[in-house]
Design a protein. Structure first.
Length: 69
């Protein structure tokens, strides 16, 4: 197993929580940040899953099943 720093787990934790749709304010509080912008700027990453979910959510908002269909 690759050796990782504790700080790396914070990045992973924040990314996974945001990826599964957790509220960014909740993630920010879990990490102990005073401002949600710190969490979003420094600890979150736009993954392919987040991009796909965003596209599906927008498609659903327009009343379509999926952009892929």
């Amino acid at each position: 197993m690759k050796r990782t720093r504790f700080h790396d787990s914070r990045h992973t934790h924040a990314t996974i929580m945001l990826e599964i749709g957790e509220n960014s304010k909740v993630v920010s509080e879990r990490l102990g940040h005073s401002n949600v912008s710190i969490t979003l700027d420094k600890y979150s990453h736009v993954t392919q899953n987040i991009q796909d979910s965003s596209a599906d959510n927008f498609s659903n908002a327009l009343g379509k099943k999926s952009l892929e269909q």
